[in-house]
Design a protein around this ligand. Structure first.
Ligand SMILES: Nc1ncnc2c1ncn2[C@@H]1O[C@H](COP(=O)(O)OP(=O)(O)OP(=O)(O)O)[C@@H](O)[C@H]1O
Ligand SMILES: [Mg+2]
Ligand SMILES: [Zn+2]
Length: 248
């Protein structure tokens, strides 16, 4: 029998425990109930397999940007639910943007029981587009519902896919809805704002698009209003780790 299917010996599977308090018997939730809730939230969050083990603990600090990003990420979790802005992680490939975004939602689920969801931007767009097919399993609103309603959502790889005006409109709708409802969104992107003037531009390829080129002015200004900007820079961790013989 799998560990999760074993019947809890403390509450015999009811999820409740009867305890005496001040001469009275009261019912309290057994700890197994909360453990199950957290397990369900983790399953629902849709964290990709590759990132299942990303935590604050195993995020290594190699430069000031890592240090600041880790501090801001931990603060975000600590502040929740009074945290009032989301985060936009900006940086080149392999600096740990997705790692930190996942670590934040994992911590929110485990420590605070907050429903969170992870979406790769490209997969989300593809999924929304697939619902235009009348034979699709889910309707557009069924796909959009958790993206709109989940209290904390990660939208990974913002701008990774060039969008059509219609898709841009849908994405704007999602982001604007979350903004109006004061729901927190964490974005990651490879695209800088002002490539030329940026002091860390050595880490970016020359001639790459800016974030505005990729997502348009309207979306860009909205996101800047609803997020704190967290810039990460440094070498590609995937390359460093490969050279050191680590395996992901
Ligand atoms: N500072 C770090 N400490 C520990 N592991 C790291 C760090 N930075 C990156 N990694 C690991 O390296 C891999 C790549 O990192 P990640 O996917 O978070 O990069 P990214 O910035 O999101 O890159 P991309 O722009 O390509 O999406 C992951 O397995 C991640 O766990
Ligand atoms: Mg990433
Ligand atoms: Zn129990």
């Amino acid at each position: 029998m799998a560990e999760k299917d074993k019947i809890c010996p403390r509450c015999e599977g009811s999820g409740w425990m009867l305890i005496s308090e001040g001469g009275r018997t009261i019912a309290k939730r057994c700890s197994c109930f909360w453990e199950k809730q957290i397990q369900l939230l983790l399953e629902k969050a849709g964290i990709p397999k590759r990132y299942q083990n990303c935590t604050f603990k195993n995020f290594e600090v190699h430069n000031d940007s890592h240090k600041d990003a880790l501090r801001i990420s931990k603060q975000f979790v600590k502040n929740y639910p009074i945290q009032d802005v989301g985060l936009l992680f900006i940086g080149p490939c392999g600096v740990g943007k997705t790692h930190l975004a996942v670590a934040i939602i994992r911590e929110l689920i485990e420590k605070k029981g907050v429903p969170c969801a992870f979406y790769d931007f490209r997969d989300l767009i593809r999924h929304i587009q697939s619902t235009y097919d009348p034979e699709a399993d889910l309707t557009t609103s069924e796909v959009l519902e958790p993206v709109l309603m989940t209290p904390v959502v990660v939208l990974d790889e913002l701008g990774a896919k060039r969008t059509t005006p219609w898709v841009e409109e849908t994405i704007f709708y999602i982001i604007n809805y979350r903004y109006n409802e004061k729901k927190l969104t964490i974005f990651t992107t490879n695209y800088l704002d002002k490539r030329e003037e940026d002091k860390k531009s050595e880490f970016y390829k020359k001639g790459e698009d800016t974030l505005i080129d990729r997502i348009g002015v309207r979306l860009h200004s909205r996101i800047y209003e609803m997020c704190k900007i967290v810039e990460l820079w440094g070498e590609d961790y995937r390359k460093i780790a490969k050279q050191a013989g680590y395996r992901f």
